[in-house]
Ligand binder design. Structure first.
Ligand SMILES: [Zn+2]
Length: 261
């Protein structure tokens, strides 16, 4: 494949590092488009292809709806920002994402949001129920965990340790009590698939609970079988992600630009 050069001098197609930037910028804008964001707060990261231990992270300041590929910060394991960016990251963004990337080298994408319906369930005793709806069953059987001990902002290795332990277990979604959600995906496409369907399942759980009627979880064996079946569908996450990026191209274009720095 022949690489081309954009106006910033950075190469695109054929350049895995640049493509990772574009994918991550699209993820921020997709979160904004689907109301999974908190403006300039929260954070997502992607491992830099071919460069051990480094990852891309959003700078603190830009709204997620305006982030471009060139805005993203490349960060080393000691927190140094590579290059000449004048931007910096939010402290928790580095400490939490560095810890999770280190714990899960197979997972290239780590997402932390306070998306509303999942966060609403994080305020409840029971949290998210993986047996209530078909979408919820995607996360049944060890794919989801509820971390119930809020009391830390994940600023230090000690505060991050419980999350690192959960991440290392292979879990894909962690509901953080009184806080939000953490999604750990092998790729941006798979992280989006989990993020989006978890929020949709959380939404219908909240709506169902709002009726005041008794909720009816599916039997355990059915939930286990459904989760296994959805593993095959998750292989099609790139199809879903491509559709989301086409919608971005129509409704919130510009994420592939060299940036607003
Ligand atoms: Zn948070």
């Amino acid at each position: 494949m022949t690489a081309t050069t954009d106006v910033s001098g950075q190469t695109d197609s054929g350049d895995a590092a640049w493509n990772a930037r574009v994918d991550l910028a699209a993820l921020f804008r997709a979160c904004a488009l689907h109301d999974l964001h908190e403006g300039i707060d929260n954070h997502c990261s992607v491992a830099v292809p071919g460069v051990a231990d480094r990852f891309l992270l959003n700078p603190y300041g830009p709204h997620w709806s305006e982030l471009c590929a060139g805005d993203l910060l490349e960060v080393t394991p000691d927190g140094t920002v590579v290059g000449d960016s004048v931007s910096s990251y939010e402290t928790t963004a580095f400490s939490l994402h560095a810890a999770v990337h280190a714990a899960r080298p197979d997972a290239n994408c780590v997402v932390h949001t306070h998306m509303p319906y999942a966060t609403a369930l994080a305020l409840t005793e029971g949290g998210f129920d993986t047996r209530l709806s078909q979408n919820a069953a995607k996360f049944h059987g060890g794919r989801y965990a509820f971390y119930r001990d809020y009391g830390a902002r994940f600023l230090t290795p000690d505060e991050c340790a419980p999350i690192v332990e959960l991440a290392a277990s292979g879990v894909r979604v962690v509901l953080l009590a009184n806080h939000g959600v953490l999604v750990i995906g092998e790729t941006v496409a798979r992280a989006w698939w989990d993020l989006y369907f978890f929020e949709r399942a959380a939404m219908v759980q909240v709506l169902a609970a709002s009726t005041g009627q008794r909720l009816t979880p599916m039997p355990e064996a059915v939930a286990i079988r459904a989760a296994e079946q959805f593993e095959e569908e998750r292989d099609d996450a790139p199809i879903t992600w491509a559709a989301v990026r086409r919608r971005l191209d129509r409704e919130l274009p510009g994420y592939a630009l060299p940036g607003n720095r």
